[in-house]
Design a protein around this ligand. Structure first.
Ligand SMILES: Cc1ncc(COP(=O)(O)O)c(C=O)c1O
Length: 250
């Protein structure tokens, strides 16, 4: 969303929808406008409403197929209509397909990328729903852009820079916290709360994931920032160490 936030730009979002899109647009300074999903038509997109809502500053229509919260599975015909509307409006389609593998019943799932010849499509996916591994935080962005429209606008490069996406290996580790080292720190939650307050460093307490006195550390940031964080962590640990144990190895 933030990547699309040029001055005055707006994006069209479904109502009802997954609220993260509104939050992301608001955070990125991108205006969002709601188009309706129609309950009497299997929660299909109100195509006329979309056309009425868009203007020359609209950059994209975002949609979720399979739909959250409505569970709708859009037909080939309906997806064609959405793509044709996007072409008519000169905008891209962002399609969240994270529930792709949760389709039940007779209606087949059709990926929006199939319609990339009609309008450029950015597809969002992830492994959390299919494989029940939300903690892995692993997803992807795919572009179907046979006409090179998104390439020309350097959308992919902007996303890579904005999200600090790198091909480096594991950016998350779990470490056990030796609570006996500290004075006045009760457990992992206490450790993380005090660390955030005193050093502005945020680490996820393992208790939130069912692992008391463990820490979940993400370190996918630039090396200078990481060095700064390590220094803060070290001084925090030294400050809270029991008098007999005031050394720390990082
Ligand atoms: C429509 C939709 N997209 C994306 C996500 C994000 O999924 P995760 O954070 O598990 O990768 C969710 C999560 O509920 C969702 O409902």
């Amino acid at each position: 969303m933030a990547v699309l936030a040029m001055p005055g730009a707006n994006v069209l979002l479904p109502r009802p929808g997954y609220p993260m899109y509104e939050a992301r647009a608001a955070l990125g300074g991108l205006e969002f406008r709601h188009y309706n999903l129609l309950p009497d038509e299997g929660w299909e997109v109100d195509i006329e409403g979309v056309e009425a809502l868009a203007d020359e500053n609209t950059v994209a229509i975002a949609m979720v197929n399979l739909g959250n919260p409505c569970g709708s599975v859009y037909s080939y015909e309906h997806l064609t209509k959405i793509a044709e509307t996007a072409r008519k409006l000169g905008i891209m389609v962002i399609c969240d397909e994270i529930y792709e593998h949760c389709t039940f019943g007779s209606k087949p799932f059709v990926p929006m990328g199939v319609f990339g010849e009609i309008a450029p499509v950015v597809t969002l996916g992830g492994i959390s729903k299919r494989w029940r591994v939300p903690g892995w935080r692993l997803g992807w962005i795919a572009m179907t852009d046979p006409k090179g429209i998104l390439r020309k606008k350097k959308i992919l490069e902007s996303i890579i820079i904005y999200r600090s996406i790198s091909v480096d290996p594991a950016a998350i580790i779990q470490v056990e916290l030796d609570i006996s080292y500290f004075d006045g720190i009760d457990d992992d939650i206490d450790f993380c709360t005090k660390l955030a307050k005193e050093e502005c460093v945020v680490i996820c307490p393992g208790s939130g994931l069912g692992m008391k006195n463990w820490l979940r550390v993400t370190f996918a940031v630039d090396p200078p920032l990481l060095e700064d964080v390590m220094e803060r962590l070290k001084s925090f640990c030294l400050r809270h160490a029991k008098p007999t144990r005031n050394h720390v190895t990082l």
